[in-house]
Ligand binder design. Structure first.
Ligand code: NAD
Length: 303
């Protein structure tokens, strides 16, 4: 059983805490926003009112917070008088960041952690809130073999698929690549379905044939952006998420930043990112990212 300080009690963090607790771990939650702490406490969770309090007895830290800037603030310190995890954690504490952030920040924080004597891994997840609730997240872990082996039993409480994908930062690198593919393929299948309609094909026929043909992809088979073929997909409930367009835009931007820094050419992903940006700018950032089909076909209902 681990004594876990869980940092970031948001949409993902709270259900992850619940599954860690169910698995018998001792979880103490912390969030910079008092309302987030209160919401977790009201649901029966134990909360600390400061980061230092959360870390005082912890042997493991898990963070699930928005961006690289937030992760750097949480680990390296939030101001002149207030240290971060690297100041307050006890020697030997295992550090696990599950946030989806840029590769540079992930590598910088891991380096700072190693310099301070800690073992840290980046372990971002595939799967949104329903997977966090069901304990079926997939983890992509970047770090040393020792870090992976220490993180694995804790991560297992939140999801069965746990992959060691290389050195620090490789976890977020793979996560960014995966979501770039999901974002592009959703745009691609939306354009295909829009064309098929114009050519007189019905959605179900396209689905039945393409899912057993060379044009098949996850966005079509499991997350179809038109109502009907996949009853559980957000298209059947006016694109209630699911995975919000604003989150997909964030991840597409991370992919474009990584492409610019590394010199990779990603013209299709650039176009897809622009479409998600339009969706968000039209006021649909809270709709599922598969609403890009409605954008392309001019069928967006008012925000
Ligand atoms: P959220 O905004 O619901 O929650 C984030 C929480 O972190 C907030 O409560 C915020 O107050 C807190 N926080 C920010 N900075 C902090 C700090 N320095 N110390 C303590 N708490 C801090 O976000 P979320 O949806 O839970 O997403 C969290 C991360 O998970 C993001 O990186 C996101 O990209 C990733 N992710 C989200 C989903 C999803 O479907 N929501 C899926 C996969 C990955």
């Amino acid at each position: 059983m681990a004594r876990i300080a869980f940092i970031g009690l948001g949409n993902m963090g709270r259900p992850m805490c619940d599954n860690l607790t169910k698995a018998g771990h001792d979880v103490l939650g912390y969030d910079v926003v008092p309302e987030a702490r209160d919401a977790y406490a009201a649901a029966g969770g134990r909360v600390a009112s400061t980061l230092a309090e959360a870390l005082a007895d912890a042997d493991t830290v898990i963070s699930m917070i928005p961006t690289g800037k937030h992760v750097r603030a949480a680990y390296e310190g939030q101001g002149e008088d207030e240290g971060g995890v690297l100041t307050h954690a006890r020697p030997g504490t295992m550090l696990i960041d599950c946030s989806t952030i840029d590769v540079e920040s992930a590598r910088a924080v891991s380096k700072a952690a190693a310099e301070a004597g800690f073992v840290m891994v980046d372990a971002p997840v595939s799967g949104a809130v329903p997977a966090a609730q069901a304990g079926t997240l997939t983890f992509m872990v970047g770090g040393t073999a020792e870090g992976f082996e220490r993180a694995r039993p804790v991560l297992a409480a939140m999801g069965p698929k746990i992959f060691h994908v290389g050195a620090s930062g490789n976890g977020v690198a793979l996560k960014i690549c995966n979501n770039m593919m999901a974002g592009m393929s959703m745009v691609a299948i939306s354009e295909v379905l829009a064309l098929a309609e114009k050519l007189g094909l019905d959605h179900q026929t396209v689905y039945d044939v393409m899912t057993v043909s060379s044009g098949n992809c996850w966005a079509l088979q499991s997350y179809c952006p038109v109502p009907g073929p996949v009853p559980a997909s957000p298209a059947n409930r006016d694109y209630q998420p699911g995975f919000a367009a604003a989150m997909m835009l964030k991840d597409m931007r991370l992919s474009q930043a990584a492409a610019a820094t590394s010199g990779a050419a990603t013209p299709l992903a650039g176009s897809a990112a622009a479409l998600y940006q339009m969706l968000v700018e039209h006021g649909h950032g809270n709709k599922d990212f598969s609403a890009v089909f409605a954008l392309i076909t001019g069928r967006l209902t008012s925000a």
